[in-house]
Design a protein around this ligand. Sequence first.
Ligand SMILES: [Zn+2]
Ligand SMILES: [Zn+2]
Length: 405
Amino acid sequence: MAEQNIISNENTVPTLCKRCSISPSVINLRTEHLCSDCFDKYTRSKCIKRMETYRVRYNPPDTDTSPRRLLLPLSFGVSSITLLHLLNSQFQNQLARTTRTGFVLVVVHIDESAIDPTVPPGEESMRAVQERFPGLGEYLVVKLEGIYEFSSAVKAFEIDTGGGGGEGGDWKEKLKGLLGALPTPTSRMDVLQILRTRLITGLARKHACEAVLWGDTTTRLAERTLAETAKGRGFSIPWQTSDGDSPYGVKFLYPLRDLLKKELAVYVSLDVPTPLRPLCFGAAEEEGKRKYAAVGKGITIDELMTQYFEGIEKQYPSIVANVVRTAGKLVTEGGVVRIRRCKICGLPRDGGGGELVLDAETKLGESSSEVNGNGNRNRGKKEGDSMCYGCARSVHGAKPYEWPL
Ligand SMILES: [Zn+2]
Ligand SMILES: [Zn+2]
């Protein structure tokens, strides 16, 4: 009874911010109530701390003083919009203080209308974002099928799924053929994620960016850690969740890794100086997909993990942070160069795991000869063993599929 009274008091009497003791609280941050100003400072400091590690704020002395180029993938979701806003503040502060900046951004939105016609193309949303944050760098909308520009990224898929063939052809149709040939919703989502990553890293190299700034929160990194483990890619977790060199020839940074998804959901409604929420064009769509996934039988491992961590971050945020911290300890010896990599996802794979390694060559050899039946069955053989367990599972059983899915 006593506990219930305390709760109802909290609802009626506004709680004061614990830091400034002046303004009313807008959020209960783990155990501390904060007002909007103090929460804004808190959020900025978390991002700046991560960016400082790589000294993006100042140019290194005695070297090239041109600003470092960083690529920011923008989905128009709450996280990537918040990240863009935080980097813009940092950028404007640098300009005001030193009249120069330590970095410029290449902001890229991947247009996925080829595989989901309900998705708006993104140009209009991008214009609105650019109006709010002008002068930060370049803004680009790139179609997902643009992955075929980076032929090495898709060559392995084409061999193993029996899709495509040759350099030419309609990229959009090739992409639909590739995804359509995959056996399950989980494998389609998995391969889609791989294609996005490979396209974004390909664009980063093409536009001379030294790093990709991902908008992933603690919550998202925890989801990824368990989802990738469940999909058989546990060995590659350190390369998918830690700041630093990636296997794709560019650095990966996660400046929002110390913030929870639910915290950003509050942040985008604050006046900073006006709310970011109207720019989160992709947020409603994310929520819609989640609701659909909750009732659908074909829920994927990734969706399941999203639901799981969004549930527990409300009550047990420390568990979410713990998953990411634990994964962060999994740093392996040696640089990425020395490690054998999977031809599909491009991530390091488990080379010496004994029974942990699936005999991907045999399985995939069988399935692609079934698919092709046109004399191409031996094309993938010599590279057949350079695939991780996760990718072998995703593309195993690939067969032609009637579009739409
Ligand atoms: Zn305050
Ligand atoms: Zn792989």
